[in-house]
Write a protein that binds this ligand. Structure first.
Ligand code: MN3
Length: 210
C-alpha cells in the first residue's frame, strides 16, 4: 500500500496574507508530492511497504538516505498542513490541555512563543522547529535539519511532534525572501490549536498530568 499525498484541508489562498496561495500550491502540489512519490519509490518491493510512516521513521538509521529524506518530508508536511488553519492563530483557549501544559512547562504563552521562534530563526539552513511531547506529558522545543524529525531514532531529542514549522526557504521565500523571522511571526496567526491539543492529548494517553 503506497503512501498517499493528502489533500490540503483548506484552499491554497486560505492562509493569506500570512502564507500566500502560490507558495501553498507549489509547496503541496510539487514539494510534498515529490517527497511522497520518492518515498514510495524508495520502499517499493521491500518489507517497509507494510509499515506505518511512524514505524519507518523510528528505525530510520537502518534505512537509506532516500527513505530518511523523503519519509521525513512525507510525515512532516502531513503534520504541517494540519497544524495550520484559516480559523487558527492567537493563543490556545485556557480550557485546552495544551494551554495548561505550555504554562506549566514554559511559564507563559509569551515565553513559549519566544523560545519556539528562536528555535525556528536559528536553525541554520533548511529544517524544522518543533514543539514536542515526551510521552510522559512534558513539552519541549527542538529543531532538526533537512527533513529529519523527533520521531527518528537519529534525532538529538526524541519525542512526538505536536506542532511543527517548516523553515526551508521553499516555505516562505516568494513572500518573505530572506526575512525568516517575519514568516515565523506570521505563522502564529494560523496555528490550529485544536489540532495541536488533539495531538498532545493523543500522545499522552494514560500519562496526562495537566
Ligand atoms: Mn516544505
Amino acid at each position: 500500500m503506497a503512501f498517499q499525498l493528502p489533500d490540503l484541508p483548506y484552499a491554497f489562498d486560505a492562509l493569506e496574507p500570512y502564507v500566500d496561495a502560490r507558495t501553498m500550491e507549489i509547496h503541496h502540489d510539487k514539494h510534498h508530492a515529490a517527497y511522497t512519490n520518492n518515498l514510495n519509490a524508495a520502499i517499493a518491493g521491500t518489507a517497509l511497504e507494510s509499515q506505518s510512516i511512524e514505524q519507518i521513521l523510528a528505525n530510520v538509521s537502518q534505512h537509506s538516505a532516500a527513505i530518511r529524506n523523503n519519509g521525513g518530508g512525507y510525515y512532516n508536511h502531513n503534520l504541517f498542513w494540519e497544524v495550520m488553519s484559516p480559523n487558527g492563530g492567537g493563543e490556545p483557549s485556557s480550557q485546552m490541555n495544551i494551554s495548561k501544559a505550555i504554562d506549566r512547562d514554559f511559564g507563559s504563552f509569551d515565553e513559549f512563543k519566544k523560545q519556539f521562534s528562536a528555535a525556528a530563526a536559528t536553525r541554520f539552513g533548511s529544517g524544522w522547529a518543533w514543539l514536542c511531547t515526551d510521552g510522559d506529558d512534558k513539552l519541549f522545543i527542538t529543531s532538526t535539519p533537512n527533513q529529519d524529525n523527533p520521531l527518528m531514532d537519529i534525532a538529538d531529542k526524541k519525542g512526538t511532534p505536536v506542532l511543527g514549522l517548516d523553515v526551508w526557504e521553499h516555505a516562505y521565500y516568494l513572500n518573505y525572501q530572506n526575512r525568516r523571522p517575519d514568516y515565523v511571526s506570521a505563522f502564529f496567526n494560523v496555528i490550529n490549536w485544536q489540532e495541536v491539543t488533539r495531538r498532545y492529548n493523543e500522545a499522552n494517553v494514560g500519562a496526562m498530568k495537566v
